[in-house]
Design a protein around this ligand. Sequence first.
Ligand code: G6P
Length: 749
Amino acid sequence: MRAIRFLLALVLGLGLLTWGASVLVHRTTNAWFERDVSLRAQLAMATARETLVSRWSRDKRVALRAALVALTHDERILGAAACAPDLTLLAATPDFPEPFRCEKLGPVVQSAPEAAPDSWSPWESVERLPGGTVHVSAIPMSDGERLLGLLVLVHDMSFVERRDALARRFLLLAFGFLSVAASAVTLVAARLSWRSWSNELRRFLRTGKEPPEFRPLMRDVRELVERIVTERESEGEGGAWTPQRLKLTLNHHLHGERVVIVANREPYVHSHAKDGRVEVLHPASGLVTALEPVMRACSGTWIAHGSGSADRETADRRGHIKVPPGEESYTLRRVWLSREEEQGYYYGFANEGLWPLCHIAHARPVFRSEDFRHYQTVNERFAETVASEVDSDDPIVLVQDYHFALAPRLIRERLPRATVIMFWHIPWPNSELFGICPWSTEILNGMLGASILGFHTQFHCNNFLDSADRLLENRIDREQNAIVQQGRSTLVRPYPISIEWPVGWLATAAPPPECRASVLAELGLAPDALVGVGVDRLDYTKGVEERLLAVERLLDRFPAFRGRFSFVQLAAPSRTVIERYQQLNQAVESLAARINERHGTRDYKPVVLLRRHHEPPTVFRYYRAADVCYVSSLHDGMNLVAKEFVAAREDERGVLVLSQFTGAARELTEALVVNPYDLEDASSALATALTMSADEQRVRMRSMRTFVSEFNVYRWAGRMLVDAARLRRRERLTGRLTDHLGAAVESIG
Ligand code: G6P
């Protein structure tokens, strides 16, 4: 069928070509023949000129006609006539055609130039008569001084038509032959190459030896199969991702292995309150927000730094405590660090070095060798703890974030058969930037101990692959997006993180109108006040200063919002030991004071800065009360505040204004996406948000809610675990094959 279609197209193409060529041939040959006939007419006239001139008078009519008849002995001249200057006929051959009689030549004589008659050029025309085409020329005759009249010659042109028809026929035949020959050659060539291609394919399928020309094809096929298998495996029976489904996935693919998480921040911090009681705090951390529900679903052990003032007294002798309090489903293993270790590893290398290094937020990274030494020691301590916590030699270990870049390799050294997944929660810089870290190769080598390395976006994966390519001696497998070191490969994959759905805290939360009423009352705002909210740790990457400046710009540009719009910033103090964070605290405080000074009154405060830790129920109450939530990060791997705000708005109201520099902006496209540095852009977006119709809010919010509910954190964890399971199967198979080979070699020996 395809061959027939090809032949039809070929024949049609050649047909068109033939038609074009025949038109061209016709035009060209006609022009040639006309010129030829014209030359012949002039030649005939030149030969007979003397005779004609001598007989050119009415008295010598008979002799003149005889001369004209003599002219027509040329078989192509159909007739000749001699016309007087007044266009009366002097003489004509017997069969001179009627339509060209002398009196019809009036226009020729009228258009004749004033110059001497000898210099007139002949008048010529091709005419179609019923019997065929003729060429008519009227040639001026003179005796050198005066015009004697016109000699009219009529040439037969039918031979031109005959020749033209012959030429066309020949052309058609030639093109016809050509098209048949071309089709035959093409078909034979295609058949031969198809046969050799399918022979190659058969040979490849039989022997498994991949010929080079199949490589791109095989790569595409493999990628497609893998994608389908992963999707199928992670989708399971389809439907939504829930804690139960994640648990089933774990049972099905990983035979219910217990998961071990290594993360610096613990999900539950026990602290001494002012009144001396021990309270449990939920730290403000995107990592905790995402992973805690996963851990509740999977059970296992979370290994973290025990940083709370009451952590030791609430844990057992080995640092174990069952959590969540009251619904114990997994174990928290606390690791104790000295003040120096915490200073060097956490505040120093992790938060003064790697954190600013990985974020484009214009804070200079500080690298101190004693900090890095502490970082190494603490990573080793955690790797040791992993080894002491697992109950098999091939556990699944999820290493989290930039606090533990060295841990994957250290864990692998202790547990060579472990499946180590490392997830990097913050951006990964480009290779040039990353290269400024004095321990860049140690960091990369440490991370490459993992079997899978996850980032939020493909962009960060690419940056990582480039860094490894540039700074390490290893092989980058661009087909698989993997890095191969001494035969072991680490897959580098994007896994955009998310939140639990539905959010557990919302089960007991008041409905949005109640939340709004309580927040307005708490802040002393009028019932028709417009409320904006920001929720962050006080960190320079979050763009809190830019956010407040946008609020100020809004009030400058749109006076209607003055007195009516208040922006509430819930700001959790964070890493306050570090000088840069102290500066930020002061800057934000004085900025809020300045705006309140400029635009506030005795009863109105445009900026409400709540600088303390807020527990999740309060945070969700504010999300529900707000007309707008502004997430203005200058650089953020994902940002889960944006997703939490969407989850909180069961009423499908409220507008999200979101920085384009967050990973979330790639997913929550119905937010008003802004450049937080551009205060005009950001303040316009705030104004748009505050005046957006309820219908538009609903449409946007509904779409974002659908997205977050489907792409929730159970799916995120499920996809990683399924990938890990596939890798384990592959590694076990390779292990078995290696064992068989070893045995075979030994038996030969
Ligand atoms: C970011 C990091 C997390 C960290 C969180 C809070 O989200 O990726 O690893 O837990 O900030 O910071 P903190 O230093 O208080 O744990």
